[in-house]
Design a binder for this molecule. Sequence first.
Ligand SMILES: [Fe+2]
Length: 239
Amino acid sequence: MTVAVNPYLQGNFAPVLEEVTETDLRVQGHIPDVLCGRYLRNGPNPASPQEPSTYHWFSGDGMVHGIRLRDGRAEWYRNRWVRSDAVSNVLGESARGGATEHFMDFGPNTNVIGHAGRTFALVEGGTRPYELDAELETVGRCDFDGTLEGGYTAHPKRDPLTGELYAVSYFFGWGDDVEVTVLDSSAHVRSARRVTMGGPVSVHDTAFTQRWVVLLDLPVTFSMDALAEGSGRATCSTR
Ligand SMILES: [Fe+2]
């Protein structure tokens, strides 16, 4: 009998099974006094047991880890799952609620950013951001105070002159369109424009100049026909 092995469920990728809060942190060396803030990271960390033969790394529930530095001290380390409805259910907690987009709800697992004094966990592909508080507890799904119509991306770019965030978002339900948004320095969408690409693209990254948005019309696209055929590889195809 062959036991399925999934590299993203073991070793360095094995899910962390508990949340901890540590305030008595030992420092090796010296933390410069000028460093003041939080260092945060996000990544897939399934909250419930997964079947190794079918688990995909991208699908793991997001867990955010953080260290708070101030006055030469490491004040705390903590890790928290992003409380999607599913994660709240696994943990026996009530759902946090908040904005939804279509039928999709997911604990963002790709990026975590600070903007306008707020903290957001992000993922691409069409689902909402989640807002966290300063100590990484989940506030809820976020549509930037009602200004974001659909989903968002994991990879917004900050304008160094204005502090605004520029983003290109995609969602298989938008067909060949992507959405270019500008999130102002108050974390409200001030501009959203749909742009039709050469196909239903999966856009991981993008770039911006002082005048232009660089749209990457990539060769990897969603194929709903292939998905309907049931192929395990069919959510993307090349063209
Ligand atoms: Fe990405």
